[in-house]
Structure formats: C-alpha cells, structure tokens
Design a protein around this ligand. Structure first.
Ligand SMILES: CC(C)(COP(=O)(O)OP(=O)(O)OC[C@H]1O[C@@H](n2cnc3c(N)ncnc32)[C@H](O)[C@@H]1OP(=O)(O)O)[C@@H](O)C(=O)NCCC(=O)NCCS
Length: 138
C-alpha cells in the first residue's frame, strides 16, 4: 500500500496532532472518536505513513457497501509537495479496491476549495450533487 499501513494504538495521538496541524479538526468532531469508529469495523480504516518514527501522512478510507469514501487526507506541512498526498489517496484506493469498491467519493469543505486541484490531478471530478447531512441520536 505505497508504504502506508493501518493505524495502531500507539499512532493515535500523533495522527490527531497531524490532523490538527493540517487544519482538519473541528470542535464539533472528536477525532479520537472518528479514529476509534473507523477502526472498529472491517469496512473502514485509517492508513498512516511513518518516516523516522513520525507519522507524516494519513488517510481514512471506508465503504458502506455501495461507494468508497476518503476522509482525513493529510500530509505534515513540512513535507507537503513531495507526492505523499498522492500516495495516501492511491493507498486508500488500493485498500478499497481490495474490498471490491469501484468508485470513490470524497468531500471537500467549501472553505478548502483550493485543494480541488490536488484531487483533480489524481483524476477526481466535481460531481453535480448536493451533500446533505443530519446528526441522529444514538
Ligand atoms: C492536500 C494535501 C493532502 C496534498 O498533499 P501533498 O503531499 O502536498 O500533495 P502532492 O505532493 O501529492 O501533490 C500532488 C499534486 O497535487 C498538486 N497539489 C497539491 N496541493 C494542491 C493544492 N492545494 N491545490 C492544487 N494542487 C495541489 C501538486 O502540485 C501535485 O501536482 P503535480 O503532480 O502535477 O506536481 C496536503 O496539502 C494537506 O495535507 N493539506 C491540508 C489538509 C487538507 O486540506 N486535506 C484535504 C482535505 S479534503
């Protein structure tokens, strides 16, 4: 998987620190809960790339029995622009492909639209859909 591996217990704090450094965390999303939930089932995971003992890139991947999804694509700011983000996406695609997924969706926050070019360089297109969401009581 491009040097990426599945997250382990000892990686969790470093992964949350990376997401924070990359501006991907939000007060209303607990990243520890997100990681725990993604690790709990067979259909989702967090992949990490480690260099010299540090987590430098991540991607969360999963599928719902229909489409694959990517979240938390992140590269340490000190090593961005070296192809690691592309490798993260390809690693997630490989993980999903091994599970029979043939189409991958992802969401880009409106305020992060500048990153659109990154995904376009990887073959992703903007689809004419509205993303709607609601929190439910569990
Ligand atoms: C987006 C991000 C993952 C890209 O990682 P990266 O390692 O810097 O990207 P790469 O080096 O693999 O770049 C791949 C290609 O995308 C292009 N690219 C990278 N970031 C880009 C951006 N913000 N806008 C347009 N193109 C971009 C690169 O120029 C490169 O093109 P090339 O192959 O023609 O040179 C990284 O900048 C990041 O972690 N950003 C903060 C978190 C974030 O916004 N994640 C996405 C959430 S939806």
């Amino acid at each position: 998987m491009n040097g990426f591996r599945e997250i382990g217990d000892r990686d969790v704090d470093a992964v949350v620190a990376l997401w924070t450094a990359c501006g991907l965390t939000r007060p209303w999303n607990d990243p520890y809960k997100d990681i725990s939930f993604a690790r709990a089932g067979a259909d989702s995971t967090v992949l990490v790339l480690e260099r010299q003992g540090a987590i430098v890139a991540t991607v969360m991947a999963g599928h719902d029995g229909h489409r694959g999804m990517l979240y938390y694509v992140a590269v340490d700011p000190s090593v961005q622009g070296q192809g690691l983000g592309s490798r993260a996406v390809r690693a997630a695609e490989a993980w999903l492909g091994q599970r029979g997924v043939w189409k991958v969706n992802l969401l880009v926050r409106a305020e992060n639209a500048a990153v659109k070019g990154f995904y376009e360089a990887l073959g992703y297109e903007v689809n004419p859909v509205l993303c709607m969401a609601r929190k439910i009581e569990v």
